[in-house]
Design a binder for this molecule. Sequence first.
Ligand code: FCB
Length: 445
Amino acid sequence: MANFPKDFLFGTATSSYQIEGAVNEDGRTPSIWDTFSKINGMTYNGDTGDIACDHYHRYKEDIGILKEIGVKAYRFSIAWPRIFPDRGKFNPKGMDFYKKLIEELLKNDITPVATIYHWDLPQWAGDMDGWLNSECINWYLEYSSKLFEEIGDIIPMWITHNEPWCASILSYGIGEHAPGHKDYREALIAAHHILLSHGKAVKVFRDMNVKNSQIGIALNLTPAYPATETKEDNLAAKYADGFTNRWFLDPIFKGNYPIDMIELFKKEIGEFDFINEKDLSIISQPIDFLGINFYSRSIVKYKEDTLLKGVGVEGTGKKTDMGWEISPESLYDLLNRLKKEYTRIPLYITENGAAFKDIITEDRRIHDQERIEYIKEHLKVSNKFIKEGGNLKGYFLWSLLDNFEWAYGYSKRFGIVYVDFETQKRILKDSAIWYKEVINKAAID
Ligand code: FCB
């Protein structure tokens, strides 16, 4: 039996565009994801978040489920286009939804954890070049300050950004996420603006003296391992690590971008003239905690004629329905590395979970044993890290509900609660029932 500390925060996570639906209600205007998902071929089956889990109307039922599972904290995100449906125009009705949501959570003794930006940039901002435009930082600050003013002190944990790597590189460089551009110069500009907006929001948060509340960021971190022990493969792994992990960790914790990556990227994108001298001291504002979104690892092999001098190779471990290799040991490596190389501030796993092909039995149960195993293994290494003195304070399971999995639409189910998208009926999977016991005992067998 592995026990967790009494105050360990067992939670679940979701995000606005993936669950809310109600895209035209109470003054909300489209986000870049509304636009992107409606472009032919951009999402599986042409799926969109128009209805998603209809959480906007069913939030009370969903909080009831959280209560039933015994979840201590709930991580959700706020839809920017509900709060500022037009440039400079605050929409109190959009704000009301989150006030009601938070009130309901608090009534049920569930700690609300809010992400300010989980990718649903208002389309009006997208129309002015989104994160490529440095003005976007000011729009983001106007939006964040309003949130701090309205609900700052009733949210004990604020997350400025969810996975800046995805919001920049996957969105402006690889083109898989909205707005679907494929330009690495753009990707790095967007990444820089997002990081800068993070640092500036932290500053605003401190200046506003928001009470009883902390602020941090959630990074997607994927440890990279060399395919073989050759010098070349090691170099490729170092670059892969620079690309996903160090490019974000270094500016936040060390106040600089990794030099090796700057040199490498320069060949592709030219000069880094969009970085100003003072930017890095802003980005590296002290934060209160670091959120880690962890799903898998990568294994890389040297390949000369590629941007990163490497390509991914498949691991031998079991895969989830996303094709991601299951590798809890790499979460353990990652936690230790963060502790050793980056920071001693509290860490939270802000996302971890797995998609599997769920089958409903005749008696309408979902025996998702594989998901249980996945979560258990990741909790085990988390526990080991804590026992060895690691400062890990909580775990947010992705996700509470099956939901709109971005480019994969509704084809991938990450929930511990099954959603029948035809009827919007929710069914607790075995994993939810198992998680309830884990939380209740604050331990895993
Ligand atoms: C993360 C995202 C989250 C969800 C999971 C599976 O990258 O933050 O919204 O899509 O992956």
